[in-house]
Ligand binder design. Structure first.
Ligand SMILES: [Zn+2]
Length: 379
């Protein structure tokens, strides 16, 4: 029997295994001296060690990474971890003769948890001790089924099985969601991660092997707000004339990343009249999508480039005829604009028949963990 209670130490300030744990995010221009001060560490021996030239060569401080210190009640340090956003972790560990630097080999473990959403998904994750970065993963996996900005009802329930990185029995970071179950508004969704060993491609699939994701994203922006919908007639904000609006406008700050809504290839990239900086993608079955008023394009993207679903192709701007920063998005079938929210689009590629057996085998364990979470919720 597994212990079903998931407890994760991830607070900024906790007491654990006889030492205080403090963690700070590294900012631009930070030095060890400055970080130790922010961590309220006064350990002369450690300060001396971290000031050595060879230490500066081995340990790089990068903005956005974090530093975690395990501090004795006496105020001296047992261990420091530099946790990279890339997943790389370095440690500074106290030994008999001083300190030593060692790369950290992370241990991968499966964790699981469940919860009920009262106000927000992030709140529910937090209340159940689950790292909140998993919230955007859940939203992304179910993006074709549920619009998390709009559709979540109070009382929605989730169960997830996910991998996490540990060092020395300490939680370091979360990994990928392996399986999830989500019940919202009376509907149940399940998704399982499957990685194809041969192609290294991975995706999330329903129990029967169907792709959980549509071949098209609902929106080219991660968090979006429709400021002007698709309509046959609207008063044009710049021209002050009645005109059809053959696309959808999403209000978003300049620089917001724009994703390709589906796999395809670049048909056009460049400036195009009122559209400003503009990209058109060609997809399967006579579908194409257009993205206008960009501030810039993704690096190296050019005519003919292949793009994957979700790949960043450019950034929101206000180039061309635009009153403010927004993305004008069009969805075309056989060259004619249609309302993307009404277009019926196919699911992404399913598990192929020859992979079905492997899919069943690989997901058997996470499937039974989800069942156990039903019987013994962690909240
Ligand atoms: Zn528009």
């Amino acid at each position: 029997m597994m212990n079903l209670k998931v407890t994760i130490q991830q607070d900024d300030h906790t007491y654990q295994l006889g030492s205080f744990v403090e963690e700070k995010t590294i900012k631009r221009g930070d030095t060890f001296i400055r970080l130790l001060r922010r961590l309220q560490i006064d350990d002369p021996e450690l300060i001396k060690f971290l000031s050595l030239k060879k230490v500066a060569r081995e340990l790089k401080l990068r903005a956005g990474d974090s530093i975690r210190a395990y501090i004795n009640p006496q105020g001296t340090v047992n261990k420091i971890l530099l946790i990279g956003q890339s997943g790389k972790v370095m440690s500074v560990i106290k030994n008999d003769s001083g300190f030593e630097i060692k790369p950290v080999l992370l241990e991968n473990r499966l964790l699981f948890g469940s919860g009920t959403i009262q106000s927000s998904l992030y709140r529910a994750l937090d209340e159940n001790g689950i790292a909140d970065e998993l919230g955007s993963e859940i939203a992304e996996i179910l993006a074709s089924e549920i619009d998390f900005n709009r559709d979540i009802r109070s009382g929605a329930r989730f169960s997830i099985v996910y991998s996490a990185n540990f060092f020395d029995n300490n939680y370091i970071s979360s990994g990928k969601i392996q399986a999830l179950k989500f019940i919202n508004d009376g509907r149940e969704y399940k998704a399982f991660l499957f990685e194809d060993d041969a192609t290294k491609q991975s995706g999330y699939y329903k129990e029967n092997g169907e792709n959980i994701k549509n071949a098209f994203l609902r929106s080219p922006l991660k968090f979006s707000r429709v400021t002007s919908g698709f309509s046959k007639r609207r008063l044009h904000p710049v021209l002050r004339k009645w005109r059809a609006h053959k696309g959808i406008d999403y209000g978003a700050p300049i620089g917001t990343p724009i994703m390709a809504v589906s796999k395809g290839a670049v048909r056009y990239i460049g400036t195009k009249g009122a559209y400003g900086r503009f990209i058109e993608l060609r997809h399967k079955n006579g579908v194409s999508t257009r993205y206008a008023h960009l501030s810039k394009y993704a690096k190296k993207l050019k005519k003919g480039s292949k793009v994957e679903q979700g790949q960043i192709i450019g950034y929101v701007g206000k180039s061309g005829m635009a009153t403010g920063p927004h993305l004008h998005y069009e969805f075309l079938m056989n060259g004619r604009q249609v309302d993307p929210s009404k277009a019926v689009t196919p699911p992404g590629p399913p598990i192929t028949p020859e992979r079905q057996e492997e899919f069943k085998l690989k997901t058997a364990a996470t499937k039974s963990m989800l069942l156990r979470l039903d019987a013994f919720p962690t909240e």
